[in-house]
Design a protein around this ligand. Structure first.
Ligand code: PRT
Length: 105
């Protein structure tokens, strides 16, 4: 895993014991999964709008927001970026059709 993802994943775990008044992530955890999912929906929409606009800085900024909130969702669900990277690694070398056939659910 990249150093950035490793450090951020560790920080997201630590924030589970943090005060929501002093941490954005702790506040999101306290609000619960529905609020986290709402943020993901908003950030996904903002990413689509940025990509349509074609400004590289905006695309990067909005995609970072989307990735970040997705990482918060994974952490709240007891998962991590590494779990998703493991799945992407599993798919390496498979064609799209083979990948679809390999799915269990
Ligand atoms: N990478 C991020 C990150 N990206 C985006 N954001 C926050 O995500 C929010 C984006 O939502 P919006 O653009 O809608 O802005 P907003 O109006 O403030 O959001 P809402 O109040 O409506 O939820 C902003 O508050 C950003 O500050 C982030 N907040 C935290 N991190 C990382 O998480 C770490 C822990 O953060 P704290 O828990 O706050 O210490 C930080 O050190 C960073 O590494």
């Amino acid at each position: 895993m990249s150093d950035v993802l490793t450090r951020l994943s560790e920080l997201l775990e630590q924030r589970k014991a943090a005060d929501p008044a002093s941490s954005y992530v702790a506040k999101l955890y306290a609000k619960g999964m529905d609020s986290i999912l709402k943020k993901i929906g908003e950030e996904a929409t903002e990413t689509v709008i940025a990509a349509k606009g074609g400004n590289h800085d905006e695309i990067i900024y909005e995609t970072a927001d989307l990735w970040f909130h997705t990482l918060v969702m994974l952490s709240h669900a007891g998962l991590s970026a590494q779990d998703v990277l493991n799945e992407l690694a599993r798919r390496e070398g498979l064609s799209g059709i083979e990948e679809k056939a390999s799915r269990t659910s």
